[in-house]
Design a protein around this ligand. Structure first.
Ligand SMILES: [Mn+2]
Length: 358
């Protein structure tokens, strides 16, 4: 297929992507495709979708999908579609042979599923991600001396799989059945089974169905997800330890667990909390997951990923990011950092931001 970046309409694709494609056509050697640790269906499917797009561009480069750690549901997807042999898991990728790294579904390299080489040894990078661009993320890239060829970060997309599908659609790439089904699973996973929707997302879903994506196959794989005992226990311990505060007319709850903080935060919002915070102490750091329901996000205009995370990181240090209704932070451990302290600080920041938005 002959390809010209000018064939792409500027309506749906960022001009960054035009530059991304122009650069790609010049790459001759191996391209490494990576995502965050514990790859979820969104990150995973974005990698497979991109690989197919790269192959269809008819360049001489070889795309390599590198994944070390997978979520259980991602493992099930790969096994079901017989795709395990299409990923590289070996530790010793020869980074000096890599001409380009494409990172998906994570805005920085902090939770990348590979050991990050030193600044000088790092090949040029391209980022494709749908998380919100925060001040911390901008500062991160300013600090790093990496060669960032393209930075396609746009939180109006609901999933990285949606971004990659959009790209494929614009380029008329007919995805294989398996890849189309994977991309659809990424979209289903990241939208909470279509609890968030947009016109572009719907068009992407139709496009994937045209490529023979099988919706029924995915739902069966997703519901096969069994909950193990340690996860059940984490949920009920969190409920026992729950504290509740009102912020205006909104219910803000907090709790702490040893693991599964993100899942527990989701459950607390499902139970009716407007905002939930779940705190978890790890070996070297504190991880805090935040979730808010759409009523809270819409009515207050507070974005957890943008407003809350940047203010909380200013106080505590560490890293983090997310979306308007879901975010998380990783903070280095210190003796004066406690659950109560972070809960109160969060409440103060939420109140302050809501007041400012009034
Ligand atoms: Mn995602």
């Amino acid at each position: 297929m002959s390809f010209s970046p000018n064939k792409i309409s500027s309506k749906t694709i960022d001009k960054n992507i035009r530059c991304f494609l122009e650069r790609l056509l010049r790459i001759k050697g191996p391209i490494l495709l990576v995502t965050h640790r514990h790859a979820d269906p969104d990150g995973l499917s974005a990698l497979f979708g991109l690989k197919e797009i790269l192959l269809s561009l008819n360049t001489t480069s070889t795309p390599i999908i590198f994944i070390k750690t997978l979520k259980d549901v991602s493992k099930r997807l790969l096994n079901h579609f017989n795709l395990m042999n299409e990923i590289t898991t070996e530790q010793d990728i020869h980074i000096e042979n890599i001409e380009l790294i494409i990172v998906v579904d994570t805005p920085t390299l902090e939770i990348l599923d590979m050991s990050v080489p030193t600044d000088e040894k790092m090949p040029p990078l391209i980022i494709i991600d749908h998380h919100q661009k925060t001040k911390e993320i901008l500062e991160y890239w300013e600090r790093k001396k990496y060669q960032l060829l393209c930075w396609w970060q746009d939180s109006t997309f609901h999933a990285t799989a949606e971004m990659v599908t959009t790209l494929g659609k614009e380029l008329n790439v007919k995805f294989r059945d398996k890849t189309a089904t994977l991309l659809l699973s990424g979209i289903i996973y990241d939208t909470g089974r279509f609890s968030r929707m947009s016109k572009n997302l719907m068009e992407c879903v139709l496009y994937l169905l045209d490529c023979n994506a099988s919706y029924n196959e995915i739902t069966a794989l997703f519901t096969a997800e069994s909950v193990d005992n340690s996860e059940k226990i984490a949920v009920f311990k969190a409920l026992q330890r729950l504290i509740l505060e009102k912020i205006g007319s909104y219910v803000f709850v907090g709790s702490y667990v040893g693991a599964y903080e993100a899942k527990v935060a989701n459950i607390l919002v499902m139970l009716g909390a407007d905002v939930a915070m779940v705190y978890s102490e790890k070996k070297n750091e504190i991880r805090v997951s935040y979730r808010a329901n759409s009523t809270f996000s819409r009515e207050t205009g507070v974005s957890l990923g943008k407003d809350l995370v940047s203010q909380i990181l200013q106080e505590l240090g560490g890293s983090g990011g997310g979306h308007s209704g879901a975010a998380g932070i990783n903070v280095p451990k210190s003796s004066d950092l406690t659950f109560d302290y972070v809960f109160k600080l969060t409440k103060k920041i939420l109140e302050r931001t809501m007041k400012k938005n009034e």
